[in-house]
Design a protein around this ligand. Structure first.
Ligand code: DGY
Length: 364
């Protein structure tokens, strides 16, 4: 499909900050197309052209607009694959979130101008890194700055699942709390229990620190063992199965790779101690959801606290219908300070790249 027709099909709601009208931020298709074609012809433009794929925090967008010739998405609409490809044709850089998929096919269609994908996420499973590298496109992410926020959500998921937070919350909201007794809504106490961390990277380490605050004993599996000062007495397991066997609470913090997709499945769920709690704040693809549903229904797993799902947005309706799940809509890093920090970190990576320096968080 021609660029012009893609633009007219998909980009009528986009706003070019240079052409924004005071009372009408929606450009006509014609103006948007003309603006992009003009930019592609490289007139007297000095600033690099940057596409910011989703609505970011005001301070982040303001800095971006100061330093770059930005295309924003003020209505925060998720772009179709075709719109993403079309929008990337006329830019030097794109700043996407995990919601924008850069498969090998998409990367092959991006055109020669795009030089860098500066992600607003620590996870990069939405980008085919090998394809980007082969195409000469640099890819960066935003590690570290979201570890505290994500660890908070992991602990919330653990407590919400173990202490039946969702059930209690929904009961009161529905006006159905009409009973109390010592036998009512008894859950699992986490104090002093074994906290298993699968993937002891930055988020895993901070989450383990928070779990230590509950007197939990930390066990972990990681590709490489941590040095003693980072391990802080945690028990290292050379294999996943051995970790699972001792995890009263298992918290997932590993990246999604071909080796980890579906790592929590019927076989591995059966290795957990009876009545264990599963926490996932990493990626939905790590868990075989039908297997988890079966384990939750049978009571083999006491409860699950989940911030991520195989299908997002939306989640899994069968899973959501179970009483013993505590569910959040992928908000691990969703705090004001962390979203600011993620945006600034992505811009730092762009600034370094366009200054001819190696971006600090290059992953491809
Ligand atoms: C991340 O940074 O990977 C979070 O999941 C938000 O995208």
């Amino acid at each position: 499909m021609e660029l012009d027709s893609l633009i007219s099909q998909h980009q009528s709601d986009w706003t070019d900050t240079k052409n924004r009208q005071p009372n009408d931020i929606k450009l006509t298709t014609e103006v948007a197309a003309a603006a992009i074609v003009y930019k592609m012809q490289e007139g007297p433009m000095v600033k690099r052209r940057l596409l910011i794929a989703r609505k970011l925090r005001d301070a982040v967008e303001a800095r971006a607009a100061h330093d770059y010739d930005v295309i924003l998405n003020p209505h925060d609409r998720l772009m179709s694959t075709e719109a993403l490809i079309a929008a990337c044709q006329g830019v030097d850089a794109v700043l996407p979130c995990h919601s924008e998929q850069f498969s090998a096919e998409v990367i092959a269609a991006l055109g020669p101008r795009l030089k860098i994908i500066a992600n607003h996420s620590v996870g990069t499973d939405h980008v085919d890194l090998a394809a980007a590298e082969a195409a000469g496109i640099v890819v960066t992410n935003t590690p570290d700055v979201l570890s505290d926020a994500t660890a908070e959500i992991a602990i919330l998921c653990m407590l919400g699942a173990a202490r039946r937070g969702a059930e209690g919350h929904e009961m009161i909201r529905a006006g159905k709390w009409d009973f109390w007794s010592p036998a009512f809504m008894v859950g699992k106490q986490v104090t002093g229990k074994r906290f298993g961390v699968l993937g002891m990277g930055r988020v895993g380490q901070v989450t383990a620190d928070r779990a230590r605050g509950f007197g939990m004993q930390i066990h972990y599996h990681n590709r490489t063992r941590l040095p003693a000062q980072l391990e802080k007495g945690a028990v290292f397991h050379t294999d996943v199965d051995s970790l699972l066997a001792v995890s009263d609470v298992l918290s997932l913090h590993c990246p999604t790779t071909p080796a980890t997709v579906g790592i929590i499945n019927a076989r591995t769920l059966a290795l957990l101690p009876a009545g264990a709690v599963l926490v996932n704040t990493a990626r939905g693809a790590l868990v075989d959801e039908p297997a988890l549903i079966a384990a939750l229904q049978s009571g083999r797993i006491f409860a699950a606290g989940l911030d991520v799902f195989q299908t997002e947005p939306g989640g899994n309706p069968t899973l959501s219908a179970l009483p013993n799940v505590f569910l959040l809509p992928h908000i691990g890093s969703a705090t004001e300070q962390t979203r600011d920090a993620m945006g600034f970190r992505a811009l730092d990576n762009l600034d370094a790249f366009f200054a001819g320096k190696p971006p600090g968080d290059r992953v491809a």
